[in-house]
Design a protein around this ligand. Structure first.
Ligand SMILES: Nc1ncnc2c1ncn2[C@@H]1O[C@H](COP(=O)(O)OP(=O)(O)OP(=O)(O)O)[C@@H](O)[C@H]1O
Ligand SMILES: [Mg+2]
Ligand SMILES: [Mg+2]
Length: 523
């Protein structure tokens, strides 16, 4: 296929996918399952019943760490020699990131072909009673189709939301289940207490199928245990992975909490290997070593937008490291706290990793080390989140580790609901009231925290006011930009004008924001 027609074919599939996005806000109270049972009708329509029942599935729910746990799990089993299928959510840049075969996102050709295979059949067979599936349900069905057609040895499935009524829960007999860290998120749908949330997630437990979880608050753990015993599920609590088991290497995903996820992944893989009849590679009861393939899997796993550090490419070797983006898609109170800690530790131990020669490095190192650094926050969160909780939590976590932001920049997301492809169109009318609200919260915290210990010189006091076209509203320690590209442009310009300062920008609050930022800075 010629490049042009290929792009068009892909775009057509994206448009068809977008047509499944329901306008209904995720915030409306309707976790009555929303006719969950329809998923089984769709599966019949696609003739996938038998292949799903034969699939050797690892199913993972949780509030935080699902995607990371699944990523480690996939990487371990791939390194053990299995043909893997991984379904995760959300995606950052392109919907195909959600479907990985042997660790690599599905190629456009295959995606398009499986897409239409499913879409056309469903279009033909659905009716008034059984309408087309919603966006996420369709993607889960597509994952079932892809993994069955590609005959994967193992399908690792991340729950989209909750557990009980999630489309991935159509799998009736997984090999093993995992529940990652539980916390507060999506309360508008899943309930207000940790117990209620845990109950939803435990909805993935299946009679007699072993399940693993990580240490949880009592309120959550009690519910998990109760649900497990009702279903004869052997539930084991797995401690964080002991870092000494990695032969001096580091986990492929950064951040201390990843040891929690890695421990869970090791348990899931061991159990899967054992239950599918491959105990020879399994890490069974021994606690003093890990099989080589496990170490390789854990240390080479990768996931975009999670604790990712990207030095801006716009700067040449001389100024390499003058603008560094720290990207993390954290968007719940707990994960923002973890993210703040990670960022603080990174910036405090920062040494520019220069690509050029040692000689060059040593010549410039003194000068570099002497350079002042300044930390900036680039933030947005979806309006279903509570920034009154998120922003102080992040800020306190940083402050506890000795880092204070000089300035916070707020931007709207380019497109939230309609971003399914790499070429999405930004909406024409943008309303900044949400960003103004975030800014106000920020300014209030900054004011109430104002101690006398801030001796850094103000590197930007003048710049912002001159840039009225870029900046919609600038405050003392914050600014709202009309778009992410403009905020990044402002950062780059500011760095150019302040050569003695190194800028460390934390981008967080929303995975969509992180995805949009990656698109712009990785070009
Ligand atoms: N065990 C954990 N405890 C707390 N925070 C975590 C944990 N694991 C990951 N995180 C944080 O959550 C963010 C998202 O991680 P990950 O994608 O693994 O989770 P997820 O459950 O798939 O999230 P999502 O709800 O976005 O699908 C990470 O960037 C990290 O900041
Ligand atoms: Mg989530
Ligand atoms: Mg996820």
């Amino acid at each position: 296929m010629a490049e042009d027609s290929k792009a068009t074919a892909y775009q057509e599939a994206m448009d068809a996918l977008s047509s499944l996005i329901t306008k209904r806000s995720r915030a409306d109270k309707s976790n009555n399952g929303d006719r969950f049972e329809l998923i089984f009708d769709y599966i019949k329509m696609l003739d996938l019943e038998e292949s799903i029942s034969k699939m050797k599935v690892i199913h993972v729910a949780g509030t935080k760490g699902k995607g990371s746990t699944c990523t480690f799990t996939e990487s371990i089993l791939r390194n053990c020699g299995f043909h893997t299928g991984l379904f995760t959510s959300p995606h950052l840049i392109d919907v195909r990131e959600r479907f990985r075969l042997n660790g690599v996102e599905i190629c456009e050709e295959k995606y398009i072909s499986y897409f239409w295979w499913c879409f056309d059949r469903l279009k033909e067979k659905t009716n008034e009673d059984i309408p087309m599936p919603s966006y996420f349900r369709f993607l889960a069905l597509l994952a079932f189709k892809i993994f069955s057609a590609e005959q994967v040895d193992v399908a690792i499935l991340e729950v989209g939301l909750g557990g009980k009524y999630d489309a991935t829960n159509a799998v009736e007999a997984p090999v093993v289940c995992g529940i990652s860290s539980l916390g507060y998120d999506h309360m508008e749908i899943l309930g207000n207490t940790l117990g209620e949330i845990a109950g939803e997630k435990a909805g993935i437990f299946k009679h007699g199928v072993p399940a693993f979880t990580v240490p949880q608050p009592d309120e959550a753990m009690n519910v998990l245990k109760e649900k497990a015993s009702q279903l004869d599920v052997p539930l084991q609590v797995i401690p964080p992975l002991n870092a000494n088991l990695l032969n001096g290497l580091k986990l492929g995903l950064e951040g201390e909490h990843q040891y929690v996820n890695a421990g869970l992944a090791v348990a899931l893989c061991s159990s899967w290997l054992q239950r599918t009849g491959r105990p020879e590679v399994a890490h069974l009861e021994q606690t003093d070593s890990l099989p080589e393939q496990f170490i390789k899997g854990l240390t080479t796993a990768s996931l975009q937008g999670r604790a990712q550090i990207v030095p801006d490419r716009c700067f040449d070797a001389d100024n390499y490291g003058d603008l560094v983006f720290y990207l993390d898609g954290a968007h719940s109170p707990e994960s923002l706290e973890v993210c703040g800690k990670w960022f603080s530790q990174q910036v405090l131990s920062y040494q520019p990793q220069d690509k050029s020669s040692h000689e060059f490095v040593s010549k410039h190192l003194n000068e570099r080390v002497r350079k002042q650094t300044t930390q900036i926050l680039l933030f947005n969160c979806m309006s279903v989140r509570d920034p009154q909780v998120l922003l102080p939590r992040l800020m306190e976590s940083c402050a506890n580790h000795g880092v204070r932001f000089k300035k916070a920049l707020f931007v709207p997301n380019t497109s939230v609901y309609f971003k399914v492809g790499p070429h999405s169109v930004p909406p024409t009318e943008v309303d900044f009231s949400w960003q103004f609200a975030l800014q106000k919260i920020w300014e209030n915290i900054m004011h109430s925290n104002k101690g006398g210990d801030d001796k850094t010189t103000d590197v930007f006091s003048e710049d912002l006011k001159d840039d009225s076209e870029m900046c919609v509203r600038s405050g003392e320690t914050s600014a709202v930009f009309s778009s992410l590209p403009l905020a990044i442009k402002w950062l780059r310009d500011t760095v150019q004008q302040n050569r003695s300062v190194r800028f460390q920008v934390l981008v967080t609050g929303s995975l969509h924001l992180v995805g949009d930022a990656l698109k712009l800075i990785k070009k």
